[in-house]
Each structure stands twice: as C-alpha cells, then as structure tokens.
Design a protein around this ligand. Structure first.
Ligand code: FMN
Length: 331
C-alpha cells in the first residue's frame, strides 16, 4: 500500500515536510493558552493542541467563550490544532465553520475521551460504539472542513483491535492524519499503552500515524519510534511534568537530569508558568489549584517528597515560597 507521507505533498498537515513532529497533547485543564504559550517560548513543540472544546446541540453559543479564546490564542508560529469534542453532527459542523471563520487552520476530533460525564455520554470515545454513525459524521465534517482535519483515537471502545478496522473509514472520509493512544476507552488509563497496535496501524494505513501514550523519557520515545515507525510522537503527561522532554528528544539538552537538577528545572518551569497563570486565572485559590494540577503530573519517584510537600500548600504565597527554595541544597 502506498503511504501518503508528508514528504509527498499533503500540505494540510500541521508539520513541515520531512520532519518527525513532536507534539504536545491536548489535555483538558492543562494545555490552556497560558501553558501552551510557555511551551512554545521555551521548548517549541512542533505542534500544539487546544484542550478539547465542548460542542453541544442546543447550546447558547456554537463555540463556548473559552473555546473561542483558545482558537484566537496566538501560538508563536507553532501550528495550533483545535480539538472539538461532541456527537451532534449539526453542532459540530457549525463549530467547525466557526473555528475556520476565526482563522483556525487545523481541526481535530476527539474519539478517545473515556469520561462520559464530561461529554454527555455520547461523544469522545463513546463515538467508537457506533462505527457506521462515526463514518457518516466524519464524512459530513470533512465536507465542511477546508483546513487540516485529523482524529485522535483510542485503540477501540472495548476491543483493542477496533482501530485497525476503522483505518479504511478514516481514509475514505478524507482524514489527513491520525493520532493513536493505544488503550481502549473502557481501559481509561489502566495498563500500559500497547504500541503493537500503533505499529500495525502504521503498517496498514495510508495515513500518517502519530504515536501517543506513555512517552515520559528519551528512552520511551526511542522505543516507541523503533517499535512503531510512526510519523511523529505526541506527549501528554510526560511533557507536562517535564517540558524539557521536547529538548531532550531533539538532543538539545541532556537526555536525563539528576534529581537535584530536576528539582531546579521544575522550579524554573513553575516559576515561569506562575505569571502566565496569574494573567489567565482569577484569584490566588484558582491559581494555586491550577498550579497543583500541573505539579500533579510529576510522578518521578525521586521528586515525590518535594512534590508532596508543595501539593499540601493551602495558600499560593506558601506554595511560591516553597517553590522558590526547591532544588536548594537544604530543601
Ligand atoms: C488530565 C488529562 C486531560 C486530558 N485531556 C484530553 C483532551 O482534552 N483531549 C484529548 O484528546 N485527550 C486528552 N487526554 C489524553 C491525552 O491527550 C493523552 O492521549 C493521554 O494522556 C496519553 O498520553 P500520555 O501517556 O503522553 O499522557 C487527557 C489526559 C489527561 C491525563
């Protein structure tokens, strides 16, 4: 089968020809425009995504206000993919039109979110329960979407091989590329991501496939790339915990940092994020809560003690005071 690679002229892809893109994953509650802005300025992912933007039938606005702000958010020359989550075709078409009117250049549909209560039980990963309906929905959307169009999909709803049976659907619908997070929807985040599925999808699909799931270190990235031959990589939790992962993967920074160095890196990162969060969020308690959401993604055993202690802060001022001392010999 002839693979439609980026080198062959699909100019709707959000990455440069010949590049093996490293993408920052969409993460609800985390990859807001403040955090994306910091990543773009400091470690420059090749592609960034909005958090998912909810699209609901009968909603007062076609796109919620936060969604509009996300689309309009500048991304410093790094391609921004707007991710929509919804199940109603009319509402999604209207939202896609709106994103394009606002200047959005890349649209992505979420086919993975396992949390029904966030999405009205029928969107995200739940769309995989009805492959025929999904094919109709994607074909309909593609007719309206003149810009880049991609899907981010789990390996299946409850069958980890389901995504392989959907590859012809994605191709026939005119999807430009797909991102696979190889866990099923029912699995949520339990068990390891099974990149054997990604590897088979890369082999069997004409479309560029981006591998996502459990890439926390340079060694993980090398393993997934070798195992799958994917067109690029997407990092979520690993990148939020350690933005330098992008530089480590490009060989622009040491591959591994010693624990003391990691503490200092974490301190610099969170101190740089803080003023951006002060601009975006309201009041010390909300800012503290959002900073803790980021910090909670740091799961390295060597950092467990300082992270636990920061997470116990009840006041932003105390959090900042502790953070300022993180990585000092005495801390
Ligand atoms: C807190 C959180 C929020 C997430 N929000 C989104 C989202 O808005 N859209 C989406 O497609 N996936 C979302 N995901 C899934 C991630 O994009 C990614 O697929 C998953 O975390 C696996 O990649 P990782 O192992 O690199 O984190 C979210 C995951 C987490 C943990």
């Amino acid at each position: 089968m002839e693979k439609m690679s980026d080198a062959e002229g699909n100019n709707r892809l959000p990455w440069r020809r010949g590049c093996h893109p490293l993408m920052l994953a969409p993460m609800q509650g985390l990859t807001n425009r403040a955090l994306r802005g910091l990543f773009v300025e400091t470690v420059r992912p090749d592609v960034v995504f909005t958090e998912f933007v909810r699209v609901q039938a009968g909603a007062r606005r076609v796109l919620p206000a936060t969604g509009r702000a996300e689309v309009l958010g500048r991304s410093g020359g790094v391609p921004l993919v707007v991710q929509l989550i919804g199940a109603d075709a009319e509402a999604l078409v209207a939202a896609a039109d709106m994103v394009q009117e606002l200047g959005g250049e890349h649209l992505n549909i979420n086919l993975g979110c396992p949390y029904g209560r966030m999405t009205g039980n029928s969107a995200g990963g739940a769309l995989l329960r009805d492959p025929v309906g999904l094919a109709k929905l994607l074909a309909r959307l593609r007719r309206h979407v003149e810009v880049g169009f991609s899907v981010k999909v789990r390996s299946g709803f409850d069958d980890p091989g389901q995504v392989l049976s959907l590859l012809p659907v994605f191709e026939d619908c005119g999807v430009d590329f797909l991102i696979i997070h190889p866990r099923t929807v029912v699995q949520k985040y339990s068990g390891p991501a099974d990149h054997r599925i990604t590897a088979t999808a890369v082999r069997d699909s004409k479309l560029p496939v981006i591998a996502n799931g459990d890439i926390f270190t340079v060694a993980d990235a090398e393993r997934v790339t070798a195992q799958t031959g994917a067109a690029g990589l997407m990092m979520g939790r690993g990148a939020i915990a350690d933005p330098l992962l992008f530089k480590r993967l490009r060989g622009e920074y040491r591959a591994v940092s010693e624990p003391a160095e990691r503490c200092r890196e974490l301190r610099e990162y969170l101190l740089a994020l803080l003023p951006r969060y002060r601009d975006l969020f309201c009041g010390d308690q909300q800012i503290l809560c959002k900073m803790k959401e980021v910090l909670s993604q740091v799961q390295e055993p060597d950092l467990a003690k300082p992270v636990r202690s920061l997470l116990r802060s009840r006041k932003l001022s105390f959090f900042v005071e502790q953070l300022a001392g993180l990585g000092d010999a005495a801390s």
